[in-house]
Design a protein around this ligand. Structure first.
Ligand SMILES: NC(=O)c1ccc[n+]([C@@H]2O[C@H](COP(=O)([O-])OP(=O)(O)OC[C@H]3O[C@@H](n4cnc5c(N)ncnc54)[C@H](O)[C@@H]3O)[C@@H](O)[C@H]2O)c1
Length: 357
């Protein structure tokens, strides 16, 4: 029996609701497979912790996470705590501290879920966005001067390093190579940003030489939004900077039907540290506590976690169960249904129990 140590950080808003759903599905899988066991430790870090103790997590938080095999994360953000405090107090220190430089964001139109794009169904929109997750526009470099005075200045410096760009390009080309279409689009903004982004393009072209069987093209980020909307079939694997991919993946989630179905994996490809798995969405204040949060993004990221741990069969079983349930029209309100989080979770668990792959 294989044992995995999982750190669960549900955090804020609908985070606890979707993580509870995800854990229920993972328990059903454990029982169905009978070959692995997840030892889950819950951490109560987040905005409530901040309100009580003045910090989102204890100072030794990252040290306490180091010994786990993976981190299963909900969402951060509270209406009464500034967003930069919640994000920089919990999620970003984990991603950056553990050098989870590859942020992998698959999106596809699932059976039974309607894309807002006319005539686009399952198979027509099936992408993986690879987001550079360690530097770029979210390097944290910058500052404020003359605070509160009319001449106040704020700077936000985007950092692109040869090491950082090369490793994310290599990861993206390799991922594109592993998918049937072997197709990669490199998103850039090198027309207006003529230093870091030009280097980004040059390194993409260099790394492309290592992958002659991958067809690749380059797209300015503004034009990319139009291509995603108008020609979704022309895309497969996409690589973009921290900021660009952050924005494009919300668009991707919306085009696939809802932010509630889009997962993300923050991966340390070298496996020096635990990787972190979470839904793309935030804490969704508008639906918190109503019991209607869509758990599909969390199920999907749980499948990413299992695949990362080496449990490919369990990951496939989970996704098959999710697709059977969405295909049967058992959906939460954000994707046009009437089911609650719990109802969707229960039928997914039942589908796992009954599945025969
Ligand atoms: N990774 C993260 O933890 C993360 C990501 C994005 C935003 N945030 C934070 O979350 C807070 C709210 O941000 P926001 O409103 O911009 O984004 P959000 O993702 O929380 O919500 C955007 C919209 O999508 C809907 N939605 C999101 N997830 C859903 C789900 N599972 N099921 C059904 N509907 C869902 C919400 O109801 C809302 O209408 C902010 O504090 C923000 O900083 C955190």
């Amino acid at each position: 029996m294989q044992h995995y140590k999982i750190a669960a950080i549900p955090a804020d808003g609908i985070g606890p609701e979707v993580i509870a759903a995800g854990l229920q599905a993972l328990e059903a899988l454990e029982r169905r497979e009978g070959t692995f066991k997840l030892d889950v430790t819950m951490f109560d870090w987040g905005s409530d912790h901040y309100k009580k103790h003045g910090v989102m997590m204890p100072a030794d938080g990252p040290d306490r996470l180091k010994g786990f095999d993976a981190i299963f994360f909900g969402a951060v953000g509270a209406p009464d705590v500034p967003d930069h405090i919640t994000l920089w107090g919990l999620r970003l220190p984990i991603c950056q501290g553990f050098d989870q430089y590859a942020n992998v964001r698959p999106t596809k139109v699932l059976p039974g879920i309607a894309s807002p794009l006319a005539g686009v169904g399952p198979g027509d929109l099936d992408w993986v966005i690879v987001r550079e997750n360690s530097e770029g526009e979210y390097s944290g470099i910058g500052g404020r001067a003359h605070r509160g005075h009319p001449e106040e200045v704020g700077t936000e410096v985007a950092i692109f390093t040869r090491t950082g760009v090369t490793r994310i390009m290599r990861y993206a080309f390799k991922l594109a190579q592993s998918r049937p279409r072997k197709l990669l689009t490199v998103v850039t903004k090198s027309n207006a940003q003529r230093h870091g982004m030009v280097m980004w393009d040059e390194i993409a072209a260099e790394v492309a030489q290592e992958f002659p069987d991958v067809t690749w093209d380059k797209m300015l980020v503004d034009a990319m939004t139009a291509r995603m909307t108008l020609k979704p079939r022309s895309l497969d694997t996409i690589v973009a900077t921290n900021l660009h991919a952050d924005i494009l993946s919300d668009l991707a989630g919306a085009l696939a039907g809802s932010l509630g179905v889009a997962p993300t994996a923050n991966i340390d490809p070298e496996r020096r540290y635990p990787s972190m798995f979470e839904p793309i969405h935030g804490s969704a204040f508008d639906i918190t506590g109503k019991g209607i949060a869509n758990p599909v993004a969390t199920f999907w990221t749980a499948a990413q976690m299992l695949a990362h741990l080496g449990e490919a069969a369990a990951a496939a079983r989970l996704m098959q169960a999710v697709e059977a349930v969405t295909g049967a029209g058992i959906l939460t309100p954000d994707v046009g249904g009437k089911a609650t989080t719990q109802e969707v979770t229960d039928v997914v668990c039942e589908a796992i129990r009954r599945s025969n792959i």
